[in-house]
Design a protein around this ligand. Structure first.
Ligand code: ZN
Length: 319
């Protein structure tokens, strides 16, 4: 049997560049991170900006026609931010951009001025931010969450302090150095001749079906994780797996690794703790779901998601 995945139909196309949170255009200037004097000088610049997070939501200035997340760094202290959780994200058109955690609550922030707190999923779906803004917000959100949860050393319990412009936390008591984590999650579209396997989680909107997904475990390749998870969730065995696209997923710090997977078997034995439905869909049916014209009203995830990208590119590829 000739593999469906033997040759990519997308030779000049980088699917990772077009999903939500993928448009980060910051120059991270990582080589400058050890230089504290350089950090302080950037923070003091009149054109420095800062994304302020209140738990998982950014503070948005809603004065203008479009919400604005990059607030003047000189105003950060008004939100009760602290330099122990203030991170340099990168240079945006020559201007430094930082992220920091607010020390006050939602109500106090919304009472301070024309500010609103909106979660990143809603911002990505509403299309009110540009791709570079969403990319920077994803980076800021993941890093801010990590700082918030790593104020104390996992090795000895002593307080940690920020280092490397926010890309490390050091413990002075035991000398441990802690680095921000990124958690890889495999997400894949399982293919059989003319059909794909989609599932429904109980958390989804009633009509929506999506690709299967699961955390990649320690000691596992991406391909092995896809084969294991697909079998656990659907009972379908997988052979070949091919990478297609990735997406930063700041909830709180995942990297979605999107693949296509070739089914070796077709019988479904669904894990009913993970899924409420799992079935094969024909290419025509999936095309109708993408177009919003499925006769039973079934849908796929929104176009900012990597699941949408995997499904759409499958239909376009004509596998
Ligand atoms: Zn320690």
């Amino acid at each position: 049997m000739v593999s469906l995945l033997a040759k990519s139909p997308f030779p000049d196309y980088e699917a990772s560049a077009v999903t939500g949170f993928c448009g980060n255009s910051l120059d991270r200037d990582a080589l400058k991170r050890p230089d504290r004097a350089w950090f302080d000088a950037q923070w003091a610049r009149a054109d420095a900006a800062c994304l302020i997070f209140c738990a998982d939501r950014p503070v948005l200035d809603v004065t203008g026609a479009r919400p604005k997340a990059d607030l003047p760094a000189s105003r950060a202290a008004d939100f009760g931010t602290d330099m122990q959780t203030t991170v340099f994200l990168g240079m945006q058109e020559g201007k430094p951009l930082f992220a920091a955690l607010a020390g006050t609550d939602d109500a106090a922030i919304e009472a301070m001025g024309p500010y609103k707190l909106i979660d990143l999923r809603s911002l990505a779906r509403q299309g009110v931010m540009t791709p570079p803004e969403l990319g920077a917000l994803a980076q800021g959100r993941s890093l801010s969450h990590w700082h918030d949860r790593h104020r104390f050393c996992a090795n000895c319990g002593a307080p940690t302090r920020i280092a490397e412009a926010g890309y490390r936390r050091d413990c002075d008591a035991c000398g441990a150095k802690h680095f921000p984590r990124t958690d890889p999650v495999a997400i894949w579209l399982t293919l059989s001749e003319g059909h794909v396997l989609l599932g429904r989680s109980g958390r989804f909107a009633d009509s929506m079906y999506s690709c299967l997904a699961g955390f990649i475990e320690p000691g596992e390749t991406i391909e092995d994780a896809v084969r294991r998870e697909n079998f656990e969730e659907s009972g379908v065995r997988i052979g070949r797996v091919a990478y297609h696209a990735s997406q930063p997923w700041p909830f709180p710090a995942s990297l979605m690794v999107g693949c296509y997977a070739e089914a070796l078997t077709s019988e479904i034995q669904m894990d009913d703790e993970e899924l409420v439905d799992c079935r094969w869909f024909s290419r025509d049916e999936v095309a109708a779901m993408l177009a919003g014209s499925h006769p039973e009203g079934k849908t796929v995830p929104p176009d900012m998601s990597i699941a949408y990208r995997l499904i759409r590119d499958y239909v376009e590829a004509g596998w």
